[in-house]
Design a protein around this ligand. Sequence first.
Ligand SMILES: *[C@@H]1O[C@H](CO)[C@@H](O)[C@H](O)[C@H]1NC(C)=O
Ligand SMILES: *[C@@H]1O[C@H](CO)[C@@H](O)[C@H](O)[C@H]1NC(C)=O
Ligand SMILES: *[C@@H]1O[C@H](CO)[C@@H](O)[C@H](O)[C@H]1NC(C)=O
Ligand SMILES: *[C@@H]1O[C@H](CO)[C@@H](O)[C@H](O)[C@H]1NC(C)=O
Ligand SMILES: *[C@@H]1O[C@H](CO)[C@@H](O)[C@H](O)[C@H]1NC(C)=O
Ligand SMILES: *[C@@H]1O[C@H](CO)[C@@H](O)[C@H](O)[C@H]1NC(C)=O
Ligand SMILES: *[C@@H]1O[C@H](CO)[C@@H](O)[C@H](O)[C@H]1NC(C)=O
Ligand SMILES: *[C@@H]1O[C@H](CO)[C@@H](O)[C@H](O)[C@H]1NC(C)=O
Length: 298
Amino acid sequence: MRFLAILPVLLSTAALILTTLCLFAGSCPGCMEDYALVTLNTSRIGQNVLNTTSSESSNPFISFIDNVTNSIESEINEGLNSFAKELGLHDFYSAHILDFCEGFYTPTDIPNATVSKSDIRKNVTDCSNRTAMYHFDPQQTLQLELNNSGNSNINLTDLNWPDEIDAGLKALRIASQAMFVLYCIAIAFAGVAFLAALASIFFTGRISSFINVLIDLLAFLAIGIASAIATAIAVKAADVINHYGNEIGVSAQRGGKFLVSTWVATGVMFVASLVWCFDCIAGRKDKSRRYKSESGYS
Ligand SMILES: *[C@@H]1O[C@H](CO)[C@@H](O)[C@H](O)[C@H]1NC(C)=O
Ligand SMILES: *[C@@H]1O[C@H](CO)[C@@H](O)[C@H](O)[C@H]1NC(C)=O
Ligand SMILES: *[C@@H]1O[C@H](CO)[C@@H](O)[C@H](O)[C@H]1NC(C)=O
Ligand SMILES: *[C@@H]1O[C@H](CO)[C@@H](O)[C@H](O)[C@H]1NC(C)=O
Ligand SMILES: *[C@@H]1O[C@H](CO)[C@@H](O)[C@H](O)[C@H]1NC(C)=O
Ligand SMILES: *[C@@H]1O[C@H](CO)[C@@H](O)[C@H](O)[C@H]1NC(C)=O
Ligand SMILES: *[C@@H]1O[C@H](CO)[C@@H](O)[C@H](O)[C@H]1NC(C)=O
Ligand SMILES: *[C@@H]1O[C@H](CO)[C@@H](O)[C@H](O)[C@H]1NC(C)=O
């Protein structure tokens, strides 16, 4: 029995659980919703169009909003605070590794005197089908929702949707495919590391510690690279959307909890490989001491 091996068993279990959660977060409406890679906030989409081009009535979006505001005149001032809802869009879209989810902020989309920012919850209504090598394309998603809600005469470009967002996110397409593959590899290695550590409780010996060091280092590398790519994607996507989307009332937030858990998984795997390194070295000292005592040196 090697009791030291229990520590790496626990550590690789933690890494396995965390990476699996990162990969499958958002698989069903409301599951691990906080663990999104990036959340797109469209609750105020189009608001600025109304201010800047209100004279230009050829824009179908303007006439649509005119229609809406006329039909609910009493609410012109405050009531129409979610253009998104009127247009058949959702308040937020959260991109996960395998799919995206959408829904509404509750009780309200912007903080007011009685509802503070921390009181606002996400109410997920739907998630897309899970797809390997998935890539979130907000332009297509939003246009599809406009179409489906009977507003197909409104083109997203009428809301001044910036092309730069599409260009910026398209540049991340390869990276997000690589991220998916690496998370799969990382989960596989974390699983193997768990099994190898479990076996090493019973099979003592330096060879088994050495094999564990190798497996754990590979798992550490895979999770580390996957985390680095995920971080780059989340940061870059949020930056692009906030930079260009600000004009049209669209903002994005990178997923803090996702990034924390993926980096914790990386750290945990690193500690597991350190434990095996220690076991390897300590085992050698042990052995040489035993050898010396057996051959009568000490
Ligand atoms: C839009 O116009 C309203 C009043 O007409 C003003 O209160 C609001 O600040 C404007 N919003 C922007 C983003 O300019
Ligand atoms: C606005 O309302 C009028 C009459 O109700 C309708 O003919 C027109 O198509 C509507 N425009 C939009 C953009 O919905
Ligand atoms: C959504 O975006 C709007 C406009 O950018 C902002 O006022 C609001 O606070 C955001 N809501 C949440 C829940 O982040
Ligand atoms: C804040 O928003 C909530 C939900 O829409 C509403 O019930 C409340 O009256 C608002 N408070 C203020 C001060 O506007
Ligand atoms: C969330 O949305 C569903 C369906 O749109 C609604 O029935 C439910 O009341 C909402 N939950 C909250 C807390 O607003
Ligand atoms: C999602 O999956 C269901 C059943 O598997 C299928 O009927 C539906 O068409 C799919 N939706 C999309 C957008 O692919
Ligand atoms: C939306 O409808 C227009 C025509 O009404 C069509 O050209 C476009 O491809 C549709 N967009 C999506 C994403 O389905
Ligand atoms: C929206 O407008 C752009 C340019 O004006 C055009 O290239 C695109 O095909 C339009 N999309 C739809 C769905 O009508």
